[in-house]
Ligand binder design. Structure first.
Ligand code: GLU
Length: 476
């Protein structure tokens, strides 16, 4: 039974690199029918913040990829201490009574002189007398050996024990270190696959020593390439602003599954190099072999505060927006319209069909959900801006008069649908000796505030007779 875990530390907002790690864990677990464990690594009491914890839940909640089990490391400290005790008892660890700050004086520090050799009885006695100590792993030194493992992404890995220091398992005062807490939990929660950023690759040698000391089964390891900015630097909030925070994408109107698609392609690709993938397709196609060892670049648009997102993320969002089943899209559009104060309760009632048809009509031109409230405002409200290019169409000589006249004719016609509007409009153009395009463009501008969009006749039908007449007559 596959069991994976995502173990964020709540010391900052949820970073897109963290979200990508979570997604890969999730895809693998779902493919294998396994279990996803979310473990909040909150043992660093000084750096943890509630806001950060909240941002992890907000971000992961928005991605809509649920977990099966949830733990907080801070509630498991007794268990970590037991693990340290077990390692001490089995001789895999020892107490180091060196006062804090007095170590690391030698050039390549491996252990504090004299501490490894303190006999067990003396060590117990000093501890019982209240002398402070750290607990260190006793890395084998008698003969140099290699710690080896096969990483599912980076291949065979080896490090000599001569290059691994007697790392701390617990600090003076008893606080478990990340290495101990993480491994004790991974063992206790029966994690079978550790999938995490490659910045932890070097820690893995230590972790394998701990697993061995605990008598736990070795999990499989898969490390993921890092996400970098275009200049090769690590993504950071200070330098790359919104582009690194998951919730910025939510707020900018991304669809969660399009964003999941985007993050999945940062460092992974399916065999056939397809790019637009549904969640189900991602689950089916995901594989460790498809993960690239090179770090992946996020094309943050540095000088464009309005368009900071990677163009590929926007492109994928556009593709999903067009292709997804309309009934799945409607709740997202509803939420966006509510946020913007443009939601009318009748859209979910008697006008439900009209709402679905209208969203279906306009979505083909949009790239984010926010477009529905900005560029699509005219469909959902009488207050909408006329963009400059549309204004130019309205200002075309004679255009306004033609719109007024069209309004009068449509008011008097028996029918009102795409065909009847088109007929009236073309008759009018013929009688006045103007190109139909002049009226069509001006009408689209007056009705939607936009210079481009769906077929103008479809716009007439979507806006509806009453509002059309008002807008054509008011276009003065
Ligand atoms: N809390 C660690 C981190 O956020 C977890 C690393 C791991 O997956 O072991 O980096």
């Amino acid at each position: 039974m596959v069991r994976v875990r995502f173990a964020p530390s709540p010391t900052g907002f949820l970073h897109i690199g963290g979200a990508r790690t979570y997604i890969f864990n999730w895809l693998y677990a779902r493919q294998m029918g396994g279990t996803v464990v979310l473990r909040i690594d909150d043992t660093d009491l000084e750096r943890n913040t509630e806001a950060s914890r909240q941002s992890i839940f907000d971000g992961l909640g928005w991605l809509d990829l649920g977990w099966d089990e949830l733990y907080s490391q801070s509630e498991r400290v007794a268990h970590h201490r037991q693990a340290a005790q077990a390692l001490l008892e089995k001789g895999f660890a020892y107490r180091d009574f060196t006062p804090a700050g007095a170590e690391e004086t030698v050039e390549r520090w491996l252990f504090n002189p004299g501490q490894r050799e303190i006999p067990r009885e003396e060590s117990d006695r000093r501890a019982a007398a209240g002398e402070p100590f750290a607990v260190r792993f006793r890395v084998p030194r008698e003969s140099v050996a290699e710690v080896r493992f096969e990483d599912a992404v980076y291949g065979p890995q080896a490090r000599s024990t001569g290059d691994i220091e007697d790392f701390a398992l617990a600090r003076s005062g008893g606080t478990p270190t990340y290495h101990l807490a993480s491994c004790a939990d991974d063992a206790d929660l029966h994690i079978t696959h550790i999938i995490r950023g490659q910045d932890h690759l070097a820690n893995t040698f230590k972790h394998l020593l701990i697993f061995e000391g605990l008598g736990a089964e070795r999990p499989q390891l898969a490390h993921l390439p890092l996400l970098l900015a275009p200049d090769g630097s690590k993504l950071s909030k200070r330098r790359h602003g919104q582009a690194v925070s998951v919730t910025s994408y939510r707020d900018a109107g991304f669809l969660p599954h399009a964003f999941v698609n985007f993050l999945s392609l940062l460092g992974w690709s399916p065999k056939d190099n397809r790019e637009v993938l549904t969640r189900q397709e991602l689950v089916e196609l995901f594989s460790f072999e498809g993960i690239n060892r090179n770090n992946a670049v996020v094309s943050y648009q540095e000088n464009e505060p309005e368009h900071w997102a990677d163009p590929k993320a926007l492109w994928l969002n556009t593709q999903h927006l067009r292709a997804m089943p309309i009934d799945e899209l409607l709740p997202y559009v509803e939420r966006e319209l509510r946020r913007a104060g443009l939601w009318n309760e009748t859209y979910s009632g008697e006008q439900r069909e009209w709402f679905a048809r209208t969203v279906d009509l306009i979505r083909t031109r949009y790239s984010t959900l926010v477009d529905f409230s900005r560029r699509g405002a005219a469909y959902f409200s009488d207050r909408f801006p006329i963009e400059p290019a549309a204004q130019a169409k309205l200002d075309h000589p004679g255009a306004r008069e033609l719109l007024h006249e069209l309004g009068d004719r449509l008011a008097g016609s028996a029918e009102f649908n795409e065909q009847s509007v088109e007929r009236e409009l073309r008759v009018l153009a013929g009688e006045r000796g103007v190109k139909a395009g002049v009226i069509i463009n001006a009408a689209r501008a007056a009705l939607s505030g936009q210079s481009v969009g769906p077929s103008a006749f479809a716009v007439f039908a979507a806006v509806g007779r009453e509002r059309v007449l008002k807008r054509l007559r008011n276009s003065a």
